[in-house]
Every structure is written in C-alpha cells, then in structure tokens.
Design a protein around this ligand. Structure first.
Ligand SMILES: CC(=O)N[C@@H]([C@@H](O)[C@H](O)[C@H](O)CO)[C@@H](O)CC(=O)C(=O)O
Length: 334
C-alpha cells in the first residue's frame, strides 16, 4: 500500500463537469522525410475549430503516435499545439505516457511549464504493472510530478494488454487517499477506451460525482453517453467532429431517436473503414484527404495499407452525409 499524502486534509478531487464534449485525438503531421512537421499545426487548429467545431484536443496520444516519438519531439509538438491553440482552443490535454517513469514525469513537468490544461497517461505496457496496486503507485508518481495540473488515467486495454477493471483502480486510489478522497488531489478522471460498458457504467455510478469520464471507442459513443459519459476523446473527431457533434446535441436535447440514427451512420462509416482493411495508420491519410492538410505518413512500426482504396472511403463519407468541406480559414498545404 502507498504512503498517504498526509498534507491533504480536505478532499481536493473536484466535482466532475457535466458535459465537456468532443476531444480530437490529434494526428502528428510528418514531413516526407518522416520528421514531425510543425508548420501545418496552425492550419490544423483552424480546421478543427472552423470546419469540425471541435475546440478540445488530446495531443501525442495513440492517434498522434506519441509512444513512437522521442521525448524532444513530443515536447516540440506539445509546445506548438499550445501556441497555435492559444485563445482558440478550449482545452489542450497532453499525453505523457511512456515506458519510462522518468520520461513520463519529465513530460508532465514540461506540460506544466507550457501551461497545458491537463495531462493524461497510459500504463507502461512492456514491463507491465503486475497488480492494481502497482499501477496506482505508478500513476501516483506521475501525477505527483505536477500536483497543480489536472491528471487523467488513460485506459486502453486493447493496446496496453492491461485488463484491470477501472473501477478497481479507482477503489485502490480511494483506499490510498486520505479523508475518503482519491490518492492524488489533481486526479480528475479517466479516458476510457475500452469495450466493457459494465465497468464504465459502474465507474460513473460510483465516481461520477467527483471525476470526469471520457469515452474513447468512437463507434459506440452513444451507448457511453447513455451511461453519462462527460465527453469523448477519439481519432475520428478529427474528420467526423461535425457529425458526432450533431449526435451529441440531439442526445442532450433528449432526441434519442435522432441521435441513434446519427450513430448508425457514423458506425456504418467506421465499419466500412474496417472492412476495407483500414486502421490507425490509414486514418492519418483519410485526415489528409478530408482536411486538405498534408499529415504525411505514419512512423514505423505503423504501416499504411497500400492496397486500400482511400478515395472510396471519401466517397462513402460523402454518401452518408458525413463529409464537411474545409472552411476557408483552413489554409491547405501542398
Ligand atoms: C485504439 C484507438 O486507436 N482508439 C481511438 C479511437 O478513436 C478509434 O480510432 C476509433 O474508435 C475507431 O476505432 C482512440 O480512443 C485513441 C485516442 O483517443 C488517442 O489517440 O489517444
């Protein structure tokens, strides 16, 4: 069991906010030579805001290939996103997860220095924590590096291979905290990219008053909204932000039938991508096509599906009424 943070005598875990909306997990633009391309981030920010209506971003996450980037690259990217988003974006969350605790702490401190709105971390997934207690000890070390910055745990079992139930993780944090608070006063919630809606629902049921829960499986967001998700973080909000925003708005107005119909169309599109053999690496190319901003190729070990027909994906998006023409404020690059 962890040492308690004894100096905290009142509970500091803030009340969760009702609805925080959509957060685009940004792609990392790269040059033809495979280096990070900071020069298009300004246009990217404008595209998200003016074309997709998305004003929250999650940078250097899974979609952004954060784990495949060097610490220096991640810092440069985070700085540029914050610089370009200043006065425009409502929130910039920086993913700081790494296999190295020291690197995660360094990235967390850097995020604090550049005034990121929040940080988030996955668990290391090569040398994995062997118990919920070990994971909580790790999260505590990262969160404590920047006690003033809101902190989220990033649950993504399909990639980390870590199948601890999030409810158990939160229970452990409660057990290790003082005054019935969760261990870290800056702990704000979970980015839940998992299919287990029983776990998700129980997390909201038991901790929804004090924490926020973002759902991360875009194709079934509506089910998580029904279970009172506070928002969503995902790759598809880069190019489906407007469509998903409309679904969210129907849901908030209580028009479940219309929200369901929108979710069905979004599912049809994502399902079409999967059937074409398209995955994360190719989503980056879809973003280039849809936004007219050159995202470049993913970095190895990710590889694109050379045989996939991207033009047909764009046609499908248009046929389903999900495509939005880039706003004129989005300056395109060759
Ligand atoms: C496994 C994965 O990449 N999941 C995506 C989803 O947005 C996913 O691309 C989408 O649901 C389509 O399957 C996000 O949860 C990832 C994410 O938010 C991130 O980039 O950190």
């Amino acid at each position: 069991m962890l040492a308690r943070t004894a100096s905290v005598d009142v509970c500091c875990n803030m009340a969760a906010q009702d609805m925080l909306g959509l957060v685009a997990a940004t792609f990392t633009p790269m040059t033809k030579e495979g280096e990070i391309n900071l020069s298009v981030i300004g246009s990217y920010v404008d595209y998200l805001i003016h074309t997709q209506g998305v004003k929250r971003i999650f940078v250097n996450g899974t979609t952004g290939e954060g784990i495949s980037l060097s610490v220096q690259e991640r810092k440069l990217l985070a700085e540029e996103w914050i610089k370009q988003g200043k006065g425009k974006m409502d929130e910039v969350i920086v993913h700081v997860g790494s296999s190295s605790l020291r690197e995660a702490q360094e990235l967390a401190r850097h995020a604090a220095t550049i005034q990121a709105d929040a940080i988030c971390t996955v668990s290391p997934s090569f040398l994995k924590p062997s118990s919920v207690g070990a994971l909580v000890a790790y999260l505590n070390e990262v969160a404590s590096a920047t006690p003033e910055v809101p902190f989220y745990y990033y649950h993504i079992p399909s990639l980390t291979g870590l199948n601890f139930r999030v409810e158990d993780i939160l229970d452990e944090m409660k057990k290790c905290g003082v005054n019935n608070c969760l261990l870290n006063p800056n702990f704000r919630g979970v980015k839940f990219t998992g299919l287990d809606l029983l776990d998700f629902g129980q997390c909201v049921h038991r901790y929804g008053q004090e924490l926020s829960f973002f759902y991360g499986v875009d194709e079934q967001l509506l089910s998580a909204l029904v279970l009172r998700a506070n928002g969503a973080v995902g790759s598809t909000y880069n190019y489906l932000g407007k469509a998903v925003g409309a679904m969210l708005s129907d849901f908030q107005k209580g028009d479940l039938h219309s929200a369901q119909n929108k979710q069905f169309l979004i599912q049809e599109f994502i399902s079409y991508l999967f059937h074409q053999g398209l995955g994360l690496a190719d989503f980056k190319r879809i973003m280039s096509l849809v936004s007219n901003i050159d995202m470049g190729l993913p970095r190895l070990p990710l590889q694109i599906n050379e045989t996939a027909n991207l033009a047909s994906a764009l046609d499908k998006m248009k046929a389903l009424g999900l495509y939005v023409t880039p706003h004129s404020k989005t300056s395109s690059t060759p």
